[in-house]
Design a protein around this ligand. Structure first.
Ligand code: HEM
Length: 424
């Protein structure tokens, strides 16, 4: 999106101008959500159309009339450059082809079928004992950090735990041995930032180093797995076939990069936000502690109330209608997932954190339609096991001063969440 358009939208006070440019809105998007909701189901601006409605969001994400990529001749400048960049053999980018998030059918259907062959519910469930074991080992480390001289019994829950669990899981999925886990961690910041598509070309260039580093690394790693395949999902993907075709080298790199980009910071944010919500709602925490069957509900309710991915968007592939309104081909529709998940038409008393909420799972935190999060079952598993292990291990866990939110437009969570561990 050309910068002068973004600046103009911000100057005129359009909701989307604030969304694109105002860090205060990223830290606290809820007043903006309320404003968009008050203006109607579809709120047109000079750059795109916004919606805060659950019904409209579901309709758009599920519609064949909308794609992740606009009609090619109408791509805004930034995306057009990204696509040109991808076509020139630049490193794979999680939002550009051939990443799943950068393609529409028929490519999307083919990639998704292949990846789903190895990313099955069974394969995910098989990771559970390992996730449990990893969580236990990481909590031992966390206790050591808090107990060190001057540590005062305090540790950062994000750096010391929430970050480490998903890295360990993704390393397992990619077939990276435990002693080389830090190699995966090295790329995560750049890759996670690359998901924030609203940032400009300059920001794209800033993440290029991480993307290039990852591309080189994954190329070497894939060569190694070809020589010595393991039990991991990436080795399975190397061998997976559909109708006699396989993913080629670039498609494999893109898929591995997407698993890391899409599966990392999102899960960090789920664990951080859920922990913070539980620690600030002692009654809810007591209920979950008394009845561990409530853990899945606590995870769903956290995903709903503090959605780790706040926004996604789609482009109309043809002239169409949404919620009874005409929408022209090429229109970008920005769906505010975090707002849809607090839509009072769907969720009673939507601001309330209630681990027993009967329809919490109707949230759209994992999107909907053909791009519905491929890792949703894994994210739920990590959330349930990771949080349960944390709260069982430290019965007196409490927040300590110094918490700081992450402030990007798309991702919502905590950058630092100091906690006092109490007696273990
Ligand atoms: C797609 C959210 C964890 C892999 C998505 C999308 C969302 C999302 C909103 C769709 C974006 C769109 O429609 O434009 C989340 C959240 C997570 C999480 C909130 C954690 C709480 C994971 C994990 C993995 C993963 C753990 C795998 C390791 C993917 C992939 C896609 C995706 C591969 C692309 C699917 C496609 O385009 O067909 N995720 N995700 N995600 N996610 Fe997740």
């Amino acid at each position: 999106i050309p910068r002068q358009l973004v600046r103009r939208a911000a100057r005129t006070g359009e909701p989307q101008g604030r969304l694109l440019t105002d860090p205060a809105t990223w830290r606290d998007p809820y007043p903006l959500h309320a404003e968009v909701r008050a203006r109607g189901e579809l709120v047109p601006g000079s750059l795109s159309v916004l919606t805060a409605s659950h019904r409209v969001t579901r309709e758009v994400l599920g519609s064949a009339d909308f794609g992740v990529v606009g009609p090619v001749e109408q791509l805004p400048g930034r995306l057009a450059r990204l696509h040109a960049w991808a076509a020139q053999g630049a490193p794979v980018h999680p939002l550009a082809p051939p990443s799943l998030l950068g393609v529409d059918p028929p490519e999307h259907t083919r990639y998704r079928r292949l990846v789903s062959k190895v990313f099955t519910a069974r394969a995910v469930e098989a990771l559970r004992p390992r996730v449990r074991q990893t969580a236990g080992a990481l909590l031992d480390d966390l206790a050591r950090v808090a107990a060190r001289p001057g540590g005062d019994g305090v540790a950062d829950l994000v750096d010391g735990y929430a970050v480490r669990l998903p890295v360990a899981v993704i390393a397992d999925i990619l077939g990276v041995p435990e002693q080389r886990r830090d190699e995966v961690l090295a790329f995560q910041h750049g890759l996670a930032k690359s998901l924030d598509a609203a940032t400009g070309w300059r920001e794209f260039r800033a993440v290029e180093g991480s993307l290039r580093g990852f591309d080189d690394w994954i190329g070497r790693h894939l060569a190694q797995l070809r020589r010595e395949p393991g039990e991991d999902l990436l080795s399975g993907l190397l061998a997976a076939e559909d109708d006699g075709t396989r993913l080629d080298e670039r498609e494999l790199r893109a898929t591995a990069g997407l698993l890391l980009a899409a599966g990392f910071e999102t899960t960090v944010n789920l664990i951080g936000s859920a922990a913070e919500l539980l620690l600030t709602h002692p009654g809810q925490l007591a209920a979950v502690r008394a009845d561990p069957e409530l853990w899945p509900g606590a995870v769903e309710e956290s995903l709903r109330l503090e959605s780790p991915v706040q926004i996604t968007s789609r482009a109309a592939q043809r002239d169409t209608r949404v919620a009874g309104h005409a929408v022209r081909r090429g229109t970008r529709l920005v769906t505010l997932l975090g707002a849809a998940n607090r839509d009072p038409e769907v969720f009673a008393d939507p601001e309330r954190f209630d681990v027993r909420r009967p329809n919490a799972r109707d949230h759209l935190a994992f999107s909907a339609g053909r791009h519905h999060c491929l890792g949703a079952a894994l994210a739920r598993l990590e959330g349930e096991e990771g949080l349960r292990a944390l709260f069982e291990r430290f019965p007196d866990l409490a927040l300590a001063p110094g918490a700081r939110r992450t402030s990007t437009r798309v991702l919502r969570g905590w950058e630092h969440l100091p906690v006092r561990l109490g007696g273990a």
